[in-house]
Design a protein. Structure first.
Ligand code: AMP
Ligand code: MG
Length: 429
C-alpha cells in the first residue's frame, strides 16, 4: 500500500504515552498499531449480493422515502380517528377495498371507511386502521366496538423506515444481511465498497515441515499457516499463502520483497524472539522500518511491527511469535483490529462476557494474560473453566476452548467465583 508520507515508527512512538518497547502494555501496542496502519482507498462497485461482508466505501443516502406512502400495518378497515365515537360502538360505511400495490382511487368521506390490506396505501384523510378481527361487518355496514382502536393505530408513516436525504448506511460499515435488504428497499442495485485488503503470510523456522513431507527428527509440522489462514479467511481479506520460508537470508529477503510488492500487510510467525539465532529479524530490519517489541502479555511476548519496502511498494509487517497459541492470541489482540482498520472498516471493540471463574487463577499484575477457557451457562449466569495446560505451544488448549479469559494488565490473582472477562470465540472465529 502506498500512502502520501506515512509517519515513521519513531514519530508514532513519540505520540504513545508510556511507550517502552521492552515492556509494552497491550493497550499501548494497540494504540501504536492503530496509528501505524493506513486504510485502503480504491473503491469498486458491486451488485448488492456480492457485497455481503464487504466494507462500504461511502455513506448511502436514501433518495426516496421508505415506505413511500403512509400504509396499513394490518388487514382491516382504514378510518378517520375523528369518526370514532367517544363512547360505545362506531358504525361506518365501507366504500371499497384497498389492496397492497393497487391504489384505491376513490375518496372516503366522513362516516365512511375502506376495507384495507396490509401494505395498501392509506387514502387521503384516513389515519387509523382497525384490525378486521375486532370488527363486525354486515354487508357494507362495519361496526367498530368501543376501545379496540385509537387514532393513528396500525398506520405506517411514509419515510418511517428511511427518510429521503437520510444516511441509510455509513461508510466503514461491514455489510450484513439486513444491510443488503435495506439497500434493496432503496431500489439500489449496486453499492460502492472498498477493495479487499491483500494479506501475505508465511512461516519461518528450519524445524518446520509442510504437510506431505516426512517429519525428520526434531521437526514439527507447520500448523501456524493453517490457523492464520482460518483467522484471515473469517476477516474476508484476500490471502497470499507463501508457505514455509527457510532460514536463509536470500530466501527470506525474496519472500519479504514479494510480500511488500504484492500485499498490503504481511504476517509471519516465528523467529522474532530475543536471542533468536535465525536471520528473520536481520532481514526484516534491512528491508524496512521495523521494531522488535516485548509486550507485557502472556502468551505472545515477542513481536515485530513495522513497514517493509521493496521497489517503492510497502506492506505493514506483523512478525508474530512462533508458538501456536501465541500466534492466535497476538492475532486477536493486535492483528485483527489492525486489518479491519486497514480494510476501511469501522472497528468496534469485541463484545466480552462477564463469567464467574470456576477456580482460582494465578495472575501477575503488570501484564495481560489470555487464558483458554470453556464458557457455559450455570443456574446463576455465565461461568468459565480454564482448559487444562496453558502452555503457549499447546494448541489443543485453543481447540478445546470456546473463549479467551482476558486477565487485564492491572488485574492480580482471581478467586474462585470471581467475575472475569471472556472473549467468546463464537462470532469471532
Ligand atoms: P520461535 O518464535 O521461532 O522461537 O518459535 C517458538 C516455538 O514455536 C518453537 O518451538 C517452534 O518450533 C514453534 N513454531 C514456530 N513456527 C511454527 C509453526 N509455523 N507451526 C508450528 N510450530 C511453530
Ligand atoms: Mg524459530
Amino acid at each position: 500500500m502506498t500512502t502520501a508520507t506515512p509517519p515513521t515508527l519513531a514519530e508514532i512512538a513519540s505520540c504513545v504515552s508510556g511507550y517502552d518497547p521492552n515492556a509494552l502494555p497491550v493497550a499501548q501496542a494497540q494504540e501504536f498499531i492503530a496509528r501505524l496502519v493506513p486504510r485502503v482507498q480504491a473503491v469498486e462497485m458491486l451488485a448488492i449480493r456480492s457485497a455481503l461482508g464487504r466494507v462500504l466505501a461511502r455513506d448511502i443516502v436514501s433518495a426516496i422515502d421508505v415506505p413511500a406512502h403512509d400504509n396499513s400495518a394490518m388487514d382491516g378497515y382504514a378510518l378517520r380517528g375523528s369518526d370514532l365515537a367517544a363512547s360505545g360502538d362506531t358504525v361506518l360505511q365501507a366504500v371499497g377495498t384497498g389492496f397492497a400495490g393497487a391504489q384505491f382511487d376513490g375518496s372516503v368521506a366522513a362516516g365512511q371507511c375502506l376495507r384495507i390490506m396490509t401494505g395498501a396505501v392509506m387514502p387521503a384523510g384516513l389515519d387509523t386502521v382497525v384490525p378486521q378481527e375486532f370488527t363486525k361487518a354486515d354487508g357494507t355496514r362495519v361496526t367498530v366496538p368501543a376501545g379496540v382502536v385509537r387514532t393513528g393505530d396500525n398506520r405506517r408513516l411514509a419515510g418511517e423506515d428511511l427518510a429521503m436525504g437520510e444516511a441509510a448506511l455509513k461508510a466503514g460499515r461491514v455489510l450484513r444481511p439486513a444491510d443488503l435488504g435495506l439497500l434493496a428497499s432503496l431500489g439500489q442495485a449496486e453499492v460502492p465498497v472498498l477493495r479487499r485488503l491483500r494479506v501475505a503470510f508465511f512461516s519461518t523456522g528450519d524445524e518446520l515441515r509442510s504437510i506431505g513431507e516426512p517429519l525428520d527428527a526434531g521437526c514439527v509440522y507447520d500448523s501456524n499457516r493453517y490457523t492464520l489462514w482460518g483467522m484471515l479467511q473469517r476477516l474476508g481479506v484476500d490471502l497470499i499463502d507463501m508457505g514455509v520460508v527457510r532460514d536463509d537470508p536470500a530466501a527470506l529477503e525474496s519472500a519479504f520483497r514479494h510480500a511488500a510488492e504484492n500485499a498490503d500487510a504481511v504476517i509471519t510467525s516465528g523467529g522474532v524472539s530475543v536471542g533468536e539465532a535465525d536471520h528473520t529479524k536481520q532481514v526484516m530490519k534491512t528491508l524496512g522500518d521495523v521494531l522488535f517489541w516485548r509486550i507485557a502479555m502472556r502468551p505472545g511476548r515477542p513481536m515485530a511491527i513495522g513497514r517493509i519496502t521493496s521497489r517503492g511498494h510497502d506492506a505493514i509487517l506483523f512478525g508474530l511469535p512462533g508458538n501456536p497459541v501465541a500466534v492466535m492470541v497476538t492475532f486477536y489482540a493486535f492483528v485483527r483490529d489492525a486489518l479491519l482498520a486497514m480494510s476501511g472498516a469501522f472497528v468496534q471493540p469485541l463484545p466480552m462476557l462477564s463469567a464467574a471463574s470456576t477456580q482460582p487463577i494465578r495472575k501477575k499484575a503488570g501484564r495481560t494474560e489470555y487464558q483458554r477457557g470453556i464458557v457455559s451457562r450455570s443456574a446463576t449466569g455465565w461461568q468459565v473453566e480454564i482448559t487444562g495446560s496453558q502452555g503457549s505451544g499447546i494448541l489443543r488448549s485453543m481447540s478445546e476452548a470456546n473463549g479467551l479469559v482476558v486477565l487485564h494488565h492491572e488485574q492480580g490473582n482471581v478467586a474462585a467465583g470471581e467475575l472475569v472477562d471472556v472473549l467468546p470465540f463464537d462470532g469471532l472465529v
